[in-house]
Design a protein around this ligand. Structure first.
Ligand SMILES: C[S@@+](CC[C@H](N)C(=O)[O-])C[C@H]1O[C@@H](n2cnc3c(N)ncnc32)[C@H](O)[C@@H]1O
Length: 316
């Protein structure tokens, strides 16, 4: 069941950074593929409605040059009303100069899926299919049928929370034909599910196990310290960095190639999510590093000693 907030189409101004990076990557991908004979698929698994409304923001934005024209007399409420419509990930992919041969959009929310179907009709020359349903199930289905030697694809995986299952990434990696661009909402949601008091509801734990594809997030997020009371287990202050490290190293094991994650912050500077590129094909890595790296690059911490051998991978 999709929560009500999922049906609202408003997003924070930082969504632009993610979408601009995705668009630049897709443009570069199509350029590289221009002279190759592959049939190209674009899969957008948490596709949204196609078009998003950007909140122009809070007082924290006043310093931004693009907001210089907003009248000083505007109240906070007036500013919240200022919105701009921008193309969401499906529209960005459809509007590419050189298009993909096939577009597959997956969206759980029926209103948004309906909007996507309407959007598809505006591109009559494109093979657009909208699947109203669960992203992981559908992408795993697509991956299991992705058996033509001449097929290649890009999958954009943009969940709000810990909803992208590791099994879905395994299925995409097993094809050997997909580049994936993941929006990993670590600061926005995933790290918040791992509560400091360690009282984590069972369904959250199960969601995190599915998202990381292992239970090691527990070992890296918490550490044991000795104080006057003896040994105590506490959440690390830098848990987010260690969780990112775990995820990226596992991705490197799975795909073989991972670009340096790029951090997207909100207007107050708080880390929200990371854009992460992975592929079994090393060729796109340089491009992804360059394009995603236009955002804030991330230096990963040393491997945590409690990380078990299955997550020790190539240094991305
Ligand atoms: C972050 S938004 C996507 C925004 C979109 N990629 C864009 O940039 O324009 C996440 C979307 O995933 C949808 N969603 C949430 N859980 C889902 C699931 N399990 N399967 C498919 N869609 C889901 C939500 O309804 C929402 O539209």
């Amino acid at each position: 069941m999709v929560k009500k907030s999922h049906t609202e189409k408003t997003v924070g101004p930082w969504a632009k950074q993610k979408l601009d990076a995705l668009q630049r990557y897709l443009e570069a991908y199509m350029l590289v593929m221009k002279n190759q004979r592959f049939r190209l698929f674009y899969v957008d698994a948490f596709a949204g409605a196609g078009i998003v409304r950007v909140r122009e923001g809070s007082s924290a934005d006043k310093a931004r040059p693009e907001n210089a024209l907003i009248p000083e007399a505007f109240t906070e409420e007036d500013r919240e009303q200022l919105v701009e419509y921008i193309a969401g990930s499906p529209l960005r992919a459809l509007r590419l100069e050189r298009q993909f041969d096939h577009y597959r959009f997956v969206e759980l929310d029926s209103k948004r899926a309906g909007d996507l179907k309407v959007l598809g009709t505006q591109f009559p020359n494109c093979d657009v299919k909208v699947h109203e349903g669960e992203a992981n199930e559908r992408v795993q289905f697509i991956a299991s049928h992705f058996n033509d030697l001449n097929w290649r694809g890009v999958a954009f995986l943009d969940p709000y929370g810990a909803h992208l299952h590791w099994a879905t990434l395994e299925a995409l990696a097993a094809t050997g034909k997909f580049d994936v661009v993941i929006n990993f909402p670590l600061g926005m949601t995933i790290n918040r599910l791992i509560k400091r008091d360690q009282v984590i509801p069972e369904n959250w734990q199960a969601q995190l196990d599915m998202c990381f594809g292992c239970q090691n997030w527990r070992d890296v997020a918490f550490k044991t310290e000795t104080d006057l009371l003896g040994e105590v287990r506490r959440k690390r202050d830098d848990a987010a960095e260690y969780l990112l490290n775990l995820y990226v190293r596992r991705l490197a094991d799975l795909f073989g190639n991972v670009a340096t994650p790029s951090l997207v912050r909100n207007t107050r500077g708080a880390p929200l999510y990371y854009l992460i590129w992975a592929s079994s094909n090393p060729r796109g890595k340089k491009i992804a590093n360059h394009i995603l790296g236009l955002g804030e690059k991330v230096v990963l911490p040393e491997r945590h000693p409690s990380v078990t051998p299955d997550v020790r991978g190539t240094q991305p």
